[in-house]
Design a protein. Structure first.
Length: 419
């Protein structure tokens, strides 16, 4: 990883900001189009070349001070993300978490660690947030105190500012993983055993409906992508629906990706997942994929899966396999269809064939903790309750989930685990 920019150690804050403003004025006069372009590696390269040229002109800085670190710092201040800009060049960083201007954490290879950089103050952080989301037609301020968006790079951004954020602005960036791990690779790194991988691939190939459950950052989407790439035909028409586009099966697939739209600054123009799903049903899908079932779209999805649209693979936030089914029932009930609870349960248990529960261990590893078969009459049966190695099982808290209830009902026994 690159060293700390020289401006931090060689320049005091006042002189550095004066330098940034001087370069910005030159840029506005000579190359204003650069300030209107979306952030990215190409823009950064051209901007750094311009900054180097400006600083080296007669009347500029001594050559000994025009270092790559200073140039990078000036560019990051002008169009980048300030102190966290260089983290976007580190492929090992999967999440950037900014808790106020002076506390920054990153997730690198599954582990959370502090980062030494810091913003000057809260205003600097809010300015950076707005620089990120402005090209998307969004902004944050006291009247619009939070924003959730996807960058052109695929990275997902969430920010929340005072008065909702009590201790200062908060920014979270989830990096988009461009590589698509194969199912065999997930077996190799220990995400799931080979037997589990073969079982799930066979189920998807046989057009069973699979629900992948787990907490945030438990690896649900990675497993979903690996399964679909391993077990679907390239010419199957797969319609993918997401709040923020993240699922990319590759250019060799017959895939249509749809993304929900939040309301604009005027509060209008929102397009929820439910609307997208209803449109997707008119697009001749071979398979429906909902990146995360979290709202009213659950009712339409259950109806679709119960009326011939088989082969779905979707995810849901839940702490166990049984919790996933319960949450799905709750979401359908909250959709306002006025279905009796017993009908909702019947719909869910007939629509979903398998639930995969995935967890993130304290070591940062993502593993499949449980796979259960869902029976139409309203019961569940663990298929691979021993998917976790014994040493990993020992560190997971008991959730009293699927296997506990199966034991009470006289079914197959096993341990339940939650993340």
């Amino acid at each position: 990883m690159s060293a700390e920019p020289q401006s931090i150690t060689t320049w005091d804050e006042r002189r550095f900001l004066q330098l940034v403003e001087a370069v910005r004025e030159r840029l506005l006069r000579e190359r204003p189009q650069l300030l209107r372009e979306p952030p990215g590696p190409d823009l950064r390269r051209r901007l750094e070349a311009f900054i180097t040229q400006v600083l080296a002109r007669p009347g500029g800085l001594p050559a000994s001070l025009v270092t790559p670190g200073l140039v990078r710092a000036v560019a990051a201040e002008m169009v980048g993300l300030g102190p966290i800009d260089r983290l976007l060049d580190d492929d090992a960083v999967t999440e950037i978490m900014v808790n106020g201007p002076h506390r920054i954490f990153v997730e690198r290879e599954g582990r959370i660690e502090p980062f030494a950089g810091r913003f000057r103050n809260a205003d600097h952080l809010v300015e950076t947030i707005n620089r990120i989301v402005a090209p998307l037609g969004r902004r944050v301020d006291p009247a619009h105190p939070f924003v959730d968006a996807r960058l052109p790079s695929g990275d997902r951004v969430h920010a929340i500012v005072p008065p909702l954020a009590v201790d200062g602005p908060v920014l979270t960036i989830r990096r988009f993983r461009r590589e698509r791990p194969a199912l065999e690779e997930l077996v190799r790194i220990g995400t799931l055993p080979d037997a589990a991988a073969r079982y799930l691939a066979g189920a998807v190939r046989s057009r069973r409906n699979v629900l992948i459950a787990g907490a945030t950052s438990s690896g649900k989407t990675t497993t979903l992508i690996a399964l679909l790439r391993a077990a679907t035909h390239p010419l199957e028409r797969i319609i993918v629906l997401e709040e923020a586009a993240e699922i990319d099966l590759g250019p060799d697939r017959h895939v249509v990706r749809l993304e929900a739209r939040p309301p604009g600054l005027d509060g209008h123009g929102a397009v929820p997942l439910r609307t997208l799903l209803r449109n997707a049903l008119r697009m001749r899908p071979d398979r429906l994929v909902v990146g995360e079932v979290r709202g009213e779209e659950a009712a339409d999805l259950m109806q679709a899966l119960n009326t011939g649209h088989l082969g779905s693979v979707s995810t849901i936030h839940a702490n166990s396999s049984l919790d996933a089914l319960r949450r799905l029932e709750q979401l359908v009930l909250m959709a306002g269809e006025n279905w009796p609870p017993e009908l909702v349960r019947e719909q869910v248990y007939r629509a979903i064939h398998l639930v995969v529960h995935q967890v993130r261990l304290s070591s940062g590893r993502r593993v499949v903790a449980e796979i259960v078969r869902v029976r139409p009459e309203g019961s569940v049966e663990p298929v691979l309750p021993a998917a976790l190695p014994a040493r990993a099982r020992a560190v997971l808290p008991q959730s009293g989930g699927v296997s506990a209830e199966v034991r009470q009902g006289g079914g197959t026994s096993g341990e339940s685990r939650s993340g």
